[in-house]
Write a protein that binds this ligand. Sequence first.
Ligand code: SF4
Length: 258
Amino acid sequence: MADDFLANYPNAENFIPGIYNYCDRWCERCPFTDRCMNYAREKRRWGDNPPRDLQDPEFWDAFNEVMEETLALLANITEELGIDPDDVDEEALAEDEQRFGEAWQHPLMQAATDYGKMVDQWFEDAEGDFLDKEETLNMLARVNAPGIDPEAEARALIDAVEVIRWYQFFIAAKVHRALMGLDDPDDGFPKDGDGSAKIALIATERSMAAWERLLYAFPAREMEALRILAHLQRLRDQTDALFPNARAFVRPGFDELP
Ligand code: SF4
């Protein structure tokens, strides 16, 4: 499929189709970078230092190139499938728009977006606690106290913060996509809504584990952290209830043998 496009990638035969649809987009931590077309595209276009500054003309040059490549790929696929892109199904578009709006209004989506705000608030309130913790860990490192590994504790804390921050808004994005597919008919094929719900569940549970680490590291912030954990737990349980088949969804690459 789309041979012209894939000719740009010498390792294209190793790509796992659609692997990027149900991943967590955390490429730095992904074991499948060499099997992901999305990753290969970004590397080919932007190298190791993608421009991120919206004021930088290089950013927009790269952006335009990616858009052109995407449109070329789409043209190849629609041609192969015999689809006329100008033949717009207005009714289907209107339905999509309606589902998009309804997903935003869903209580699960509300809970997911509330979580993002709770995280910001917690970190804002805990700014001083992090500075105190840094001072304590530095002091412990200096005195070289036996049986205490301040560096390991610092690494664990940094990891917990990175996990929480990475998934802070990701969960809502995936919950929204899952809700868009909530009423898709059961046609015997895996449902996108279940796949999206599954990665939302994974992100939620990883975030819960990270919050548990912060809970013990910052006893002064325990109550707020517990409230957030309880909120995530409800979010997880409600996602499981709405998408009972999500956990059985097989994500390309991640849930199957390579
Ligand atoms: S599959 Fe891995 S490499 Fe590809 S976009 Fe997702 S996280 Fe990044």
